[in-house]
Design a protein around this ligand. Structure first.
Ligand SMILES: Nc1ncnc2c1ncn2[C@@H]1O[C@H](COP(=O)(O)OP(=O)(O)OP(=O)(O)O)[C@@H](O)[C@H]1O
Ligand SMILES: [Mg+2]
Length: 254
């Protein structure tokens, strides 16, 4: 996926999981609302031909904090090469909502220049199985490098203490991929989706738990430059030739 070359300080956030209904659009629209409220206006990019993110944006009141929208699938350049993306000048974040149906060989184009990648996973047994396969493909087919520290998981629609939830946690811990938040299964997300708002726009007493989780995601996202620098430093340390060990000259005492 290409983006405007003069990206500057724009933070590119890609949200993906080939499993339908895992919460990509929910996460994208809630993050967009959060960043919009904080300002400057983010750009929300809908790569799904079904256009749910753009429909959500159409339902948004003109009085609500501004979010720029871009229906990327309408501007497809070359089959199999992703889409040319455009963020509005002044946006701090470009949030890319990917569709479920994404070919394995397209994963590279969708992720190679992302500063942050979020994978929402719902903890049903079948979703865990497909997420495991997908993450393996991301590492192998898209040559994704975990050391870049730009990949994180958001557990979605969690019900604690279920077997599938514990399975999900074990699976992710074994991959050493951080799980940065756990969004509960709640109607607040459904109501927000229908009204073109995010949980951050709802009364605080209704969404206390959801806001804590959303803020945890934003904290991880906001740290993207530090993550990038740390990953680059770790890489250069690995590549630097090992310094010769100091060997004191032998002194003879005849
Ligand atoms: N935490 C949640 N609690 C309750 N409902 C949720 C939650 N997350 C998502 N949903 C609902 O589940 C449905 C699917 O979510 P969403 O559209 O975000 O998934 P998606 O991954 O974007 O799907 P697709 O792959 O089709 O694009 C929506 O109706 C959404 O409102
Ligand atoms: Mg979607």
């Amino acid at each position: 996926m290409d983006i405007n070359p003069d990206r500057g300080n724009l933070h590119k956030i890609v949200i993906l999981n080939p499993k339908g209904g895992s919460g990509k659009t929910t996460l994208a629209t809630n993050l967009a609302s959060f960043f919009a409220r904080r300002g400057p206006p983010p750009t929300l990019i809908d790569c799904d031909p079904l256009g749910y993110s753009m429909r959500w944006l159409e339902n948004r009141s003109t009085q609500a904090p501004k979010i720029y929208g871009f229906a990327a699938h309408e501007h497809c350049t070359e089959q199999g090469k992703g889409t040319e993306l455009h963020a509005w000048p002044g946006s701090g974040q470009m949030i890319v909502d990917l569709p479920a149906a994404i070919a394995e060989n397209q994963l590279y184009y969708e992720t190679y220049d992302a500063d942050s990648i979020l994978i929402p996973i719902t903890p049903s047994e079948i979703d865990i199985y497909s997420a495991a396969r997908f993450i393996a493909n991301l590492l192998l087919v898209a040559q994704f490098d975990r050391r870049k520290r730009n990949l994180a998981i958001v557990a979605n629609r969690t019900r604690k203490n279920t077997i599938s939830f514990r399975m999900l946690m074990r699976f992710l811990t074994s991959l050493e991929i951080p799980i940065i938040a756990k969004l509960r299964d709640s109607q607040v997300f459904v109501h927000a989706a229908a009204r073109g708002i995010g949980v951050c726009d709802m009364p605080a007493y209704l969404v206390k738990n959801d806001m804590e989780q959303l803020e945890a995601i934003v904290r991880w996202l906001d740290n993207w430059r530090v993550r990038k620098l740390e990953a680059a430093a770790a890489e250069s340390l690995k590549q630097a030739p090992a310094k010769e060990a100091f060997t004191p000259a032998l002194v003879r005492h005849d």
